[in-house]
Design a protein around this ligand. Structure first.
Ligand code: SAH
Ligand code: SF4
Ligand code: F3S
Length: 439
């Protein structure tokens, strides 16, 4: 018997890439590959890349450069680039870095086995099509392989919104929703393998409208169907767009027992002038109304957001409006970014904000977010929350997990195993996590 080939995947970017990497590893499992976490041990290296900001894309080339000596030592080593840089740059990647054997865009992963075979025949393999067939259906899951208590499940991909700064509509293509029955089958399979919490993923997950029994299903309807799966304890979803917040989605936040009290709802800016130039098609006011309705449905909901500073033409007054909106909302968590020009997007052509101004705004934004984040965490002290334990902590006897509100929580207790969902009383708030005791 020949030894199995080893596959090393390095994942950049968003959670959808994390999900895709897992599916790719399973697909290549059928070609005789087993996973390894060491590049120098691999027969195939696959970088699952992100194109969202310039730095993210450049990282890929510096990482590829490091594999030169590996390839010199092991001529049979195959190197592939998947993900959003693969889609955006295609053949250019092989021109810039000739050691790359394979380039595959996010919509062609079900063709990976054929592409891999092509590289084994000594050819270069490139596929950046947007095929019509359902890639996830063709990417077979490895049944029964055990796994940890939390999982991602992509239900929707692509984006039709074309925010003026963003590459996603170009790299992931148009919005597509997977059929509801396939999602539910996959969810049940995950639960049978030990999963207790599922996070539904999509670039615009709340725009989900998949075919299901009796017609088109909304995200809320899908969440209710997941709620009925025995053994599944928690449901989350990300990322949502303010314009796709529907009545049934507010309602499900108030009434669905397994849906967790947390929502990531990016707004990007608090200035209507900038929102318009970003092509966001919502205002600061309409966003604040979404927040109000969410809190009316679920008063303890924790909110997180994404913010961009230094978008072209952003003035100090525009930036101040962003700070004001953040003060008005009170976030539990946020991702903050300096605007990065992306080739091919409308905002790249506009007058840019100087780098030092961007740096200064980012610092002030982060200071405010850090304060809010800490306040939200401190407010948990004394409360009882559910914690899904995931793994042992740094200290002996410690277990760590996530609370309902997605805070990291650690307890020191006997008899707690990964996958256990327990009630915990929060006793202390640290820099990045909470300490608790079992109730
Ligand atoms: N709706 C998407 C957003 C994807 S990009 C989703 O489902 O995740 C994630 C975040 O990156 C965006 O919300 C935005 O804040 C940030 N971002 C996107 N393009 C950017 C750019 N050109 N420069 C800086 N930040 C950007
Ligand atoms: Fe990008 Fe905007 Fe689409 Fe989100 S909604 S993926 S930010 S274009
Ligand atoms: Fe990056 Fe593509 Fe996700 S650009 S953020 S990996 S959709």
């Amino acid at each position: 018997m020949t030894a199995p080939k080893k596959l090393y995947i390095k994942t950049y970017g968003c959670q959808m890439n994390v999900y895709d990497s897992e599916r790719m590893a399973e697909a290549l499992g059928g070609q005789g590959y087993v996973p390894t976490d060491r590049a120098d041990d691999a027969d195939m290296i696959l970088l699952n890349t992100c194109h969202i900001r310039e730095k993210a894309a450049e990282k890929v080339y510096s990482e590829l450069g490091r594999y030169k000596s590996l390839k010199a030592d092991k001529p049979d080593l195959k190197i592939g680039v998947a993900g959003c840089v693969a889609q955006a740059e295609g053949e250019e990647i092989m021109r810039r870095q000739p050691l790359v054997d394979l380039v595959v865009g996010p919509q062609s992963y079900h063709r990976l086995p054929a592409l891999e075979a092509k590289t084994r025949a000594g050819e270069k393999a490139l596929d950046t099509d947007f095929p019509e067939d359902d890639k996830f259906e063709a990417l077979k899951r490895r049944p029964k392989a055990a796994r940890g208590p939390t999982a991602f499940l992509t239900v929707q991909e692509g984006c039709d919104k074309f925010c003026a700064f963003c590459v996603v509509p170009y790299t992931r293509g148009a919005e597509v929703s997977r059929p509801a029955d396939r999602i539910l089958t996959e969810a049940r399979d995950l639960v049978e393998r030990g999963v207790r919490e599922i996070t539904l993923l999509g670039q615009n997950v709340n725009a989900y409208h998949g075919a299901g029994a009796g017609g088109d299903w909304s995200l809320a309807r899908l969440i209710w169907a997941l709620n009925d799966i025995d053994g599944l304890e928690r449901i989350r979803f990300t990322t949502s767009h303010p314009n796709d917040m529907t009545d049934d989605l507010y309602e499900v936040h108030g009434t669905c027992p397994k849906l967790m009290p947390y929502l990531h709802l990016p707004v990007q800016s608090g200035s209507d002038r900038i929102l318009k130039r970003m092509n966001r098609s919502h205002t600061a006011e309409s966003y604040l109304r979404c927040i109000e309705r969410l809190r009316a449905a679920r008063p303890d909901i924790l909110l997180s957001g994404d913010f961009i500073v230094g978008f072209p033409e952003e003035t100090e007054a525009d930036f101040q409006a962003t700070l004001d909106l953040i003060e008005a909302v009170g976030y539990g968590y946020a991702y903050t970014f300096k605007y990065s020009t992306r080739p091919g997007t409308p905002a790249a052509e506009r007058v840019q904000v100087p780098e030092d101004v961007k740096d200064d705004r980012l610092q002030r934004l982060q200071a405010l977010i850090t304060r809010q984040q800490r306040a939200a965490q401190d407010a948990m002290v004394g409360q009882e929350v559910g914690v899904l334990f995931e793994k042992p902590g740094r200290l002996v006897g410690q277990m760590v997990g996530k609370s309902d509100h997605l805070h990291a929580v650690h307890v020191t207790a006997k008899g707690v195993s990964p996958g256990d969902l327990r009630q915990v009383k929060i006793v202390e708030s640290g820099a990045n996590s909470l300490a608790g005791v079992l109730v």
